[in-house]
Design a protein around this ligand. Structure first.
Ligand code: KIV
Ligand code: ZN
Length: 509
């Protein structure tokens, strides 16, 4: 029987920590559901002590997701660990992940602690976590820049205190594959008690080596890889889940290893995450980029037509990439609609399906051909919707080379329709100024991006905005065949998210 590599997904923790990636509870739950479909072994759902919002999200994931173990991250402070336990305790397989830095650089400049103090903190934290639950992971932050002998000492103490997994992070993405493999072997050979625990690795991609380092570590005996969908994460990101999983799968001949991942859910997971965060995947990204299975050169196309294996080392179907993207038009019925969504990885409730179907019909009246990307935009809009304080009733904008861009907007706020007009430097600016005037909000626009969701001049425009108000940010998205309407919808969506968050804070967890 082949040996298993455990997939520890940290999209909702390390991934969500990176700029522009923050998600609300509903969005995190949706990603967690997709991770469960992928059959990841472990979901790190967040860092409960870091904020009320994170605590709530971890708790919601722990309550509703079955299958994978659910992890809450904690520093070594006992209050952090209590909070992590409080958040994960209702999970089927609750796990506490506690960490402290072990490199002299971190000890001196960040923690201001001696090696002895860090060792004591480790033992106290792991013992405290172990009293709550049988599964405890311990991470030595900045392990790759730590003195290897001290690192082994800390791991030995963590294992004695009850850690079931020890994690070796390349926190700053500094290591090189051979060097990282040597460190893994050194730890395996020099930590008493290591045989009974899982060795995990957690690599960052600052030098573009996160996947290569993780693979080297596996070859050296690591049995758990921490990774994220689309490789998101602090700075240059983490090991990309789809890349490590497909490398193990495609090169079974070398690794003689396997994972539990149902690879057919990889592509829908990647799409879902970029929809939610509004961060597009680069076209040449391995496995899930738009060009990953596109063959442009004539010689390649010819070879492929003769025999797929000539230029294809894995099939698009194996990652759940739909082989045809043109789906439906206005005559398509409910059954076809439901089946198509299912093949894209969306299993909606009857209620959500009905709402999405109505939106699809309305779009099909405007647009002849509906693509998978259009359907994804509809689902994201309907299913991931949060309660809306502000609703767009209508918007009209005049602009051009000889006129001052002017917007007239009608919004429904708490059930009352309010109308106003305003100017701007361009049509989007005019629309946003007017919406801000009506809603009496003062958000700063940090990011605005617009993309054609599918092909053709009648394609829907997909707009993503990132707003900031009082130190809090929110991502908003909107899709429409008219790009000014799409822009207004995205702005209003972000304002609604801000409102929703404020309300939840007022109510408490
Ligand atoms: O990069 C890192 O060291 C981490 C730890 C908390 C595991 O994210
Ligand atoms: Zn990390």
């Amino acid at each position: 029987m082949k040996k298993k590599i455990l997939i520890f997904d940290t999209t909702l923790r390390d991934g969500e920590q990176s700029p522009g990636m923050s998600m609300n509870v509903g969005e995190k739950l949706r990603v967690a559901e997709q991770l469960a479909k992928l059959q990841v072994d472990i979901i790190e759902a967040g860092f409960p002590a870091s904020s009320e919002g994170d605590f709530e999200s971890v708790k919601a994931v722990a309550r509703s997701i079955r299958g994978p173990a659910i992890v809450g991250l904690a520093r070594t402070g006992l209050k952090d660990i209590d909070r992590a336990w409080e958040a994960v305790k209702c999970a089927e397989k609750p796990t506490i992940h506690t960490f402290i830095a072990t490199s002299d650089i971190h000890l001196k400049y960040k923690l201001n602690k001696s090696r002895k103090q860090v060792l004591e903190d480790t033992v106290r934290a792991v013992s405290h976590a172990k009293a709550y639950c049988p599964m405890v992971e311990f991470s030595a932050e900045d392990a790759t820049r730590s003195d290897p002998d001290y690192l082994c000492q800390v791991f030995e103490a963590a294992i004695k205190a009850g850690a079931t997994t020890i994690n070796i992070p390349d926190t700053v993405g500094y290591s090189i594959p051979d060097e990282f493999a040597s460190l893994i072997k050194y730890v395996r050979n020099n930590v008493p008690g290591i045989k009974g625990v899982t060795i995990s690795v957690h690599c960052h991609n600052d030098l573009g080596l996160a996947v290569a380092n993780s693979i080297s570590a596996i070859k050296a005996g690591a049995r758990q890889v921490e990774c994220t969908i689309n490789g998101i994460g602090e700075r240059a990101g983490n090991t990309s889940m789809e890349e490590i999983v497909m490398a193990i799968n495609t090169r079974k001949d070398i690794f003689k290893l396997t994972t539990n991942i149902n690879t057919r859910h990889i592509y829908p997971a990647s799409r879902l995450l970029s929809h939610i965060t509004g961060i597009a995947v680069q076209p040449n990204k391995a496995i899930v980029g738009a060009n990953a299975f596109a063959h442009e050169a004539g010689i390649h196309q010819d070879g492929l037509l003769k025999e797929r294996q000539t230029y294809e080392i894995m099939t698009p179907e194996s990652i759940g990439l739909p082989s045809h993207t043109l789906v439906m038009g206005k005559h398509s019925g409910r059954h076809a609609f439901r089946e198509r969504l299912k093949s894209l990885g969306y299993d909606l409730s009857n209620d959500n399906m009905e709402k999405a179907f109505r939106r699809f019909k309305a779009l099909a009246d405007k647009k002849k051909q509906i693509y998978d990307e259009d359907l994804e935009a509809i689902v994201a809009d309907e299913v991931l919707r949060i309660p809306e304080r502000y609703k767009l009733v209508s918007i009209n904008v005049t602009s051009g080379s000889e006129t001052i861009p002017t917007a007239t907007v009608q919004l429904e706020i708490d059930g009352k329709v309010i109308k106003d007009a305003g100017f701007g430097d361009g049509p989007v600016d005019a629309a946003y100024n007017t919406i801000a005037k009506i809603t009496r909000t003062k958000s700063k626009l940090l990011r605005f991006s617009i993309n054609a969701i599918s092909k053709g001049t009648d394609a829907q425009g997909g707009v993503t905005v990132n707003l900031e108000e009082g130190g809090k940010t929110a991502i908003g998205q909107g899709a429409h065949t008219d790009i000014i309407v799409a822009s207004a919808k995205a702005y209003i969506n972000a304002l609604n998210k801000m409102e929703y968050r404020k309300k939840r804070r007022r109510r408490g967890p």
